[in-house]
Write a protein that binds this ligand. Structure first.
Ligand SMILES: [Fe+2]
Ligand SMILES: [Fe+2]
Length: 475
């Protein structure tokens, strides 16, 4: 047992962990199980290497981003709530709007709050499992470092959710914390809760797309939980958002560098056949965009949802930037426009805003996705190349919600199952695309060197040069 560990030192925190004996004991018994999970299902190899990582040791400006070389198992997984900046903080939406936020879980909301926390918590270790083998094909040391940074932070997010479960849900919470380590991404018997978190992340293009599109779902889920009337959840999620921003940055710049490389080759050799030069062509990139965007939009759930309406009315989960929305924040009889399937057509309809909470969050998400795609297209346009990346129609390739029974092209045309089966590999990566991308995945570990298919980043990490030893590979 680890009874002698000084948890306040080992686990940087701003929750006065040392003073809460019951919580400390619960975390003490969970910690070795977490370490076993991390070593078995976390990054393969490299656990004994020193990695240049950013560690949060407090939530203030100076403390939340301390850089230094550390072996991943020695990473200090902290537990942080964003500072309580508001005196007399009030609930911002739903039936309890205007009342004081809750520091404890109200009895009647134990079930739904627990479900929300477990569902969020489950995604954190899932993505670490999905990315487990990627270091073996890292296109550079700085990319490998970024992968590990994302991994340790997702594991810290697991700690954040486990803290809430253990501090506020008693025995049930402790059981849930154990189960978070028992489910496994892609496992047929004990899969992770949400679909996208059971997909493979087999190559680095998938990794960059995942961190761009799927971590961005995380941003929107966290942002709406950051509105919660249950204040410890709100403040936990608020702090997680600072780290989430880095994951999306890794994704956006990763894809941008793949685009840049393709464009450089197209210009230099006056050809569209960039595969000949060991790069990834823009049409293949478009297929990856289509895939990752569609599985990530599924994560927002059904378009019409009484569950989501209840979460909102109960004050458990708000909308994105709730306080900036100009309405009554109760939505008793307000309309919202959604796309529906009616009489064989996709049509826009006005429906109740309250049951459309999921769709509204998906709308915010899609608009955010589009901004990065615009920046990618700027790189292509500036290279003088006539190609535009687009987000597929939201009804394309869906597994959840009203579009899941339909077959829809990326441009939003309804087609029959036969045509879908015949043509879907024009729109989604097929075996030959995966095969090609896989063939490029070769590890590059010489500092400052990069694989053939990706341009170097413009900047190193924390102002370090590109050829910095982001990993110390020699013993
Ligand atoms: Fe996360
Ligand atoms: Fe993330």
């Amino acid at each position: 047992m680890t009874g002698e560990v000084n948890y306040s030192d080992l686990i940087p925190n701003n929750i006065d962990l040392g003073a809460d004996r019951r919580l400390k004991r619960a975390l003490e018994s969970w910690h070795p199980k977490f370490m076993h999970w991390w070593k078995t299902y976390g990054p393969d190899e490299y656990q004994d290497k020193e990695v240049y990582l950013r560690t949060a040791v407090s939530v203030d400006k100076a403390g939340w981003a301390q850089f230094g070389h550390v072996k991943m198992p020695d990473y200090r997984w902290g537990i942080f709530l964003a500072d309580n900046t508001q005196q007399d903080k009030r609930i911002g939406f739903g039936d309890h709007k205007g009342e004081k936020v809750w520091q404890d879980v109200p009895g009647e909301f134990r079930g739904p709050l627990r479900r929300l926390i477990v569902t969020q918590g489950d995604t954190e270790p899932a993505s670490v499992e999905q990315q487990r083998i990627l270091a073996a094909t890292a296109p550079s040391l700085v990319d490998m470092r970024n992968l590990f940074q994302v991994n340790v932070e997702e594991a810290r997010h697991l700690w954040a959710m486990v803290y809430l479960l253990m501090a506020h849900f008693g025995r049930d919470g402790r059981e849930e914390a154990e189960d978070l380590l028992k489910r496994r991404s892609g496992d047929a018997d004990k899969p992770r809760i949400l679909g996208a978190f059971n997909e493979a992340t087999p190559d680095w293009l998938s990794f960059f797309m995942f961190t761009y599109f799927t971590d961005r779902d995380g941003k929107y889920q966290l942002a709406s939980l950051a509105e919660s009337a249950f204040d410890p959840l709100a403040r936990t999620c608020q702090f997680m958002l600072t780290e989430e921003a880095h994951h999306m940055y890794v994704g956006e710049t990763g894809v941008a560098r793949v685009i840049q490389k393709a464009c450089e080759i197209m210009r230099e050799h006056r050809t569209d056949d960039v595969r000949h030069y060991g790069a990834i062509d823009l049409p293949t990139l478009q297929k990856y965009v289509n895939f990752h965007f569609s599985v990530s939009t599924d994560l927002f759930g059904a378009e019409q949802s009484t569950n989501a309406a209840n979460y909102f009315t109960q004050g458990l989960k708000g909308r994105y930037q709730e306080s900036r929305i100009d309405d009554d924040h109760q939505l008793k009889d307000q309309p919202y426009r959604v796309i529906q399937f009616d009489a064989g057509q996709l049509v826009e309809r006005e429906v109740a805003a309250l049951t459309s909470i999921n769709e509204r969050l998906r709308d915010d998400y899609i608009a955010d996705c589009q901004r990065g795609v615009d920046r990618w297209n700027k790189i292509i346009a500036e290279a003088g190349i006539d190609f535009v990346l687009t987000l597929p129609h939201r009804a394309f390739h869906r597994q959840i919600g009203i579009f899941s029974d339909l077959h829809v092209t990326p441009s939003g045309a309804l087609i029959d199952a036969e045509r879908w089966a015949r043509e879907c590999h024009q729109w989604l990566p097929g075996p030959s695309d995966h095969e090609y991308v896989k063939s490029l995945m070769q590890q590059v570990t010489e500092p400052g060197k990069f694989a053939s298919w990706i341009a170097p980043p413009r900047l190193g990490i924390n102002n370090q040069p590109l050829d910095f030893a982001y990993l110390k590979l020699a013993h």
